[in-house]
Design a protein around this ligand. Structure first.
Ligand code: MG
Length: 228
């Protein structure tokens, strides 16, 4: 049994900037300071880490304490933008075919490993019709920890607790669009597949030595070969 963990933003979908707008609005309301709108600066970071970096005057403990309140404000902002997200967001090329393929495979469980808080991740996947492919229960989220590199152990722990499978890092495949996705996987001995549909090019990503790099997910045979 292997566990495929897909990153969301820039890997499975673009939210068309709508999620970023909602997050900045919620951050301004709660912490008085919006996050930057530079996509590359935050690529591969968790929502918690973005809040911590944007608010150096607040302690990480205070921010962790406010996280549920922040998640509720963020979800409310997203909720008012549902139609806009459905209109502006889009699923990236090849994603439906790749997710459908791995959903049929008896030797694979597939979920997400994302810096998004779990409720936000679920909403993005629902609005783009990707939720039916993803086993959200065994994923790992920005609500679990501020550092992405810590997230794989949450997914492994959930697999162990909720399924008959006790996996290790080498049973995981991480698929993502940033150097942070690659380093997060490598830290746990996972296989890493980078895809250049986010803010980083194939050569940017190749410099971080993932097991495979793809320009996009449009060629299912290439995706299957990369995932191994
Ligand atoms: Mg990403």
């Amino acid at each position: 049994m292997r566990l495929l963990l897909w990153d969301i933003d820039g890997t499975l979908l673009y939210s068309g900037g709508v999620a970023g707008e909602a997050m900045r609005a919620a951050m301004t309301t709660l912490f008085g300071q919006p996050s930057s709108n530079d996509r590359r600066e935050y690529a591969g970071k968790t929502d918690q880490q973005i809040i911590i970096e944007t608010n150096p005057h607040l302690t990480p403990a205070y921010i962790a304490d406010q996280l549920d309140t922040f998640a509720a404000a963020y979800m409310a902002e997203l909720d008012t933008r549902r139609d806009e997200m459905a209109a502006r967001g889009r699923v990236l090329a090849g994603v439906h075919a790749a997710l459908a393929h791995y959903q049929q495979r008896p030797d694979v469980r597939q979920s997400v490993l994302t810096g998004n808080m779990q409720a936000v991740a679920a909403m993005k996947l629902e609005l783009t019709n990707l939720l039916p492919y993803i086993d959200m229960q065994v994923g790992a989220y920005g609500s679990d920890h501020a550092k992405r590199v810590e997230l794989p152990r949450f997914a492994l722990e959930r697999m162990h607790r909720l399924t008959p499978h006790a996996l290790t890092g080498s049973d995981i495949v991480i698929i993502g669009d940033t150097p942070n996705d690659i380093s997060c996987g490598k830290a746990h001995g996972a296989r890493t597949v980078a895809v250049a549909t986010g803010p980083f090019s194939v050569s940017d990503l190749a410099a971080h030595q993932p097991d495979a790099v793809l320009a996009d997910l449009s060629d299912l045979d290439a995706v299957i070969a990369a995932i191994g």
